[in-house]
Ligand binder design. Structure first.
Ligand SMILES: [Zn+2]
Length: 198
């Protein structure tokens, strides 16, 4: 980007990409991303102007998408893979994120965050580019490759596994009961009960 003459046109394309992505995300995921971006803009001292600009555009697009849904009275199903939302939250917040990421990558304190080497891109360039915001609702982000998320996305990315597998692995690590998927009701001869979806 750098060159301001091309910047506008490129921004328009980037906006379209973010918009397409936003449509695929649940309300909760969008709120989570907005929260993550706010943290990065506040604490991301290594962000260059271009990265900062992109994050601002991404946040704007996601907020706009949430507003659009609210404005139209749309509900968007949380992407819960058949598990109860409360079960996912219980396991997601059972351990501080640094305890989980710390098993895979050596983390060192820097300011309010923790830093480590990112396992998702070639380490030669950016050194300690992996930032972890510690805590039970912690987040991670790599300033080198721009990947980030919460504890479940970390487990998915590091182990190349699906959401369900990541949730089960985390439950085992945390010593929490492994969540059961909700199953469809078996056929019954009784009166038909209305199924209320959240
Ligand atoms: Zn990286």
């Amino acid at each position: 980007m750098g060159n301001s003459a091309t910047s506008l046109a490129e921004n328009t394309d980037i906006r379209k990409l973010y918009q397409a992505e936003a449509r695929l995300r649940s309300d909760d995921q969008l709120w989570g991303d907005i929260d993550l971006i706010a943290w990065l803009l506040r604490d991301g001292d290594e962000l260059d102007d271009e990265q900062r600009e992109l994050l601002v555009i991404e946040r704007e697009v996601y907020q706009w998408e949430l507003y659009r849904r609210w404005d139209r009275g749309l509900t968007y199903p949380a992407c819960d893979f058949g598990f109860a939302r409360s079960e996912i939250e219980r396991i997601r917040t059972a351990l501080p994120i640094e305890a989980v990421i710390g098993l895979d990558v050596e983390l060192k304190p820097r300011g309010k965050s923790l830093r480590g080497r990112c396992p998702f891109h070639s380490p030669s360039k950016s050194g300690m580019s992996l930032a972890v915001r510690p805590g039970h609702d912690g987040k991670w982000y790599c300033f080198g490759c721009g990947v980030g998320g919460d504890v479940l996305t970390w487990i998915m990315a590091f182990n190349h596994c699906e959401f369900t597998e990541a949730l089960r692995r985390l439950a085992v690590m945390a010593g929490e009961p492994i969540p059961m998927r909700r199953r469809p009701q078996p056929p019954s001869n009784g009166p038909v009960r209305e199924v209320v979806l959240r």
